[in-house]
Design a protein around this ligand. Structure first.
Ligand code: GLC
Length: 577
């Protein structure tokens, strides 16, 4: 049964973005995970020439920029988030000249390029860490990392109780040249990712220089890895003690704790912002404003007001909106999440970003079919209950249509435009994410969302590369979802994304003002208005089937009906005749 409604819009916009020329306020940015996008040399791992060869695909998809996960020299203990040399490309991915070619080609195609910067930690194979080990306790080399003496009579206990994100202790004890146990070093992630000491001037200088190195090569910005962890609380207090003091029941990534979101991080980003702002693009007609280079914080920080501190006018340009990603699939929660994102970002004059998937979380085409309101799992295994693929895809399309109708910046993750599900039946032996081993097989980890892209159904590794064995196995269902199966096919997820992105760009939805609409119960409904453009209405239905107003002219819909009915888990964009 359909419900009727008046579809009255409220009078005052709930969010009104000042129209500004800066591209990053409203862009759609596509994340390329380089290991898994295109493998040009058949070694089973994606690479930079592969990315360059497929840039026209991104232009045709209709995104504005690409963010490339780390491509630096690395022993790949955390898929490249363990950097051994910040100024070189890992041979697995190519060379610096391949990076130059990629940047140049992207610019020719009007695509901006954002690179991933990992400042919290290096690889243990970075020259500085090797030097720190060799130089011994008390040396300036050790001062660039977080070395401490252990507790206990012989220093046999770790300096505090911190746990690593991937599992196990956050401290590892080193041995001296004679093999005797010696100091401990901190690693918030894997033991092969020692944390830098950000109170050290040399570390600060080094990163300013790394920023310049890549800006000089022409990159348009940076995605900054775990931006909220660089500074640790003075004295490195026990986490449990700190949690008690702060009234926190649990200690994890984003709810406080002496290693997260310390006030001291902000001065670091102010210094970085000065560097970015000093790059006034020249000799390129596309760039007409100063401050065109942008940086986005990966900061799992709650509540939104704390996160907004990272995007004050002299810090980051953007921060990922993980609160939105984690919002349960319920109308009231999503409305509240969207409203509070705008409120906190508007208060500091920053754009809001929207994101649903990335290389660290279960893909939203699968995640949204999990029981609503339960904590997000870190990967799904074959022995776990298998989410309903059709339901997941239906909700994912509705969620993405909601995301892309919202004013602000949007991030897409490679393969979501194909409706790729998570690989939920991967053999445990194939897993590469350090989480699987470090958690003692209690957490599957993130491999399921990192599986190589299917480009062509009937080619080796579904067209990812000429080799038969991609670095992670692809599930059979990826064949039918390959690009060549969807390209030009009406009703395919790929054509749906292209259509949405075309409309979003033509109608300048990223720059709009949002006004909430009193739609039927169990819907999220709003109007996106821009000067000089028709109002765009968007409704997502979480309840029983409902209908659009009689004068609705459908622009986009996430299902394939062609009437005014909006079934459950469907989003429709429309104008009013
Ligand atoms: C970030 C990255 C993740 C990585 C971690 C450590 O959260 O997105 O992939 O494992 O930082 O660098």
């Amino acid at each position: 049964m359909s419900q009727t409604t008046t579809w009255n819009s409220q009078s005052a916009p709930a969010h009104d973005q000042t129209p500004e020329a800066e591209w990053w306020r409203s862009s759609t940015i596509y994340q390329v995970y380089p290991r898994s996008w295109v493998d040009s040399n058949g070694d089973g791992v994606g690479d930079l020439p592969g990315i360059t060869s497929k840039l026209p695909y991104l232009r045709d998809l209709g995104v504005d920029a690409l963010w490339i996960s780390p491509f630096y020299r690395s022993p790949m203990a955390d898929a490249g988030y363990d950097v051994a040399d910040y100024r070189d490309i890992d041979p697995l991915f190519g060379s610096l000249s391949d990076a130059d070619d990629l940047i140049a080609r992207a610019h020719e195609l009007d695509l901006r390029v954002i690179v991933d910067l990992v400042p919290n930690h290096s690889s243990d194979e970075h020259e500085w860490f090797k030097a720190a080990l060799a130089a011994g306790p008390g040396s300036p080399e050790r001062e660039r990392y977080m070395f401490r003496d252990g507790k206990g009579e012989n220093g046999e206990e770790p300096p505090n109780d911190w746990k690593a994100i991937f599992g196990g202790n956050a401290w590892t004890r080193v041995t001296d040249a004679d093999g005797n146990p010696e100091q401990w070093y901190l690693h918030l992630f894997d033991p092969k990712q020692p944390d830098f000491n950000w109170n050290n001037e040399a570390v600060r200088e080094e990163f300013l220089s790394i920023l310049r190195f890549w800006l000089d090569r022409g990159v348009d910005g940076f995605r900054v890895d775990v931006a909220h962890s660089l500074v640790k609380a003075d004295g490195l207090p026990d986490h449990s003690a700190h949690a008690k003091m702060a009234g926190l029941s649990d200690a994890n990534h984003d709810n406080g704790g002496p290693m997260w979101d310390q006030d001291g991080v902000h001065e670091i980003y102010r210094a970085w912002r000065e560097v970015l702002d000093s790059y006034n693009p020249v000799d390129d007609e596309r760039y007409d404003s100063a401050g065109d280079r942008a940086m986005c914080a990966e900061a799992w920080v709650n509540p939104p007001e704390r996160l907004a501190r990272y995007v004050r006018p002299d810090e980051f340009h953007q921060a990922f909106n993980f609160a939105f990603l984690e919002t349960p699939w319920r109308a009231s929660d999503l409305r509240e999440s969207i409203a509070s994102s705008y409120a906190s970002n508007d208060a500091v004059g920053a754009p809001t970003t929207w994101v649903l998937s990335n290389h660290d979380v279960v893909r939203h085409a699968t995640r949204l079919a999990l029981p609503i309101g339960e904590p997000r799992p870190n990967g799904i295994r074959a022995e776990d209950p298998q989410p309903d693929a059709a339901l997941g895809l239906c909700r994912a399309k509705a969620a993405t249509a909601l995301e892309l109708a919202l004013p602000g910046g949007a991030y897409l993750y490679q393969g979501e435009e194909l409706g790729l599900p998570e690989h939920t039946t991967m053999a445990d032996e194939a897993r590469q994410d350090p989480t699987w081993e470090r958690s003692e097989h209690t957490e599957a980890g993130r491999d399921g969302c990192r599986v190589p892209m299917p480009w062509a159904k009937d080619a080796p590794s579904f067209g990812f590369g000429s080799g038969d064995a991609p670095w992670l196995p692809q599930p059979d269902v990826y064949g039918d979802l390959a690009v060549d199966q969807q390209d030009g096919v009406p009703g395919s997820t790929l054509e749906f994304y292209r259509h949405m992105l075309r409309e979003r760009r033509a109608r300048r939805l990223g720059e709009g003002a949002l006004t909430w609409v009193e739609g039927p119960a169990d819907t999220v409904a709003f109007v996106n208005s821009r000067d000089g453009h028709e109002d765009l209405w968007c409704v997502t239905n979480f309840g029983g089937a409902t209908t659009l107003p009689d004068d609705a002219v459908v622009v986009v819909r996430s299902d394939e009906r062609d009437d005014l009915t909006v079934p459950t888990d469907v989003t429709v964009w429309f104008t009013r005749a």
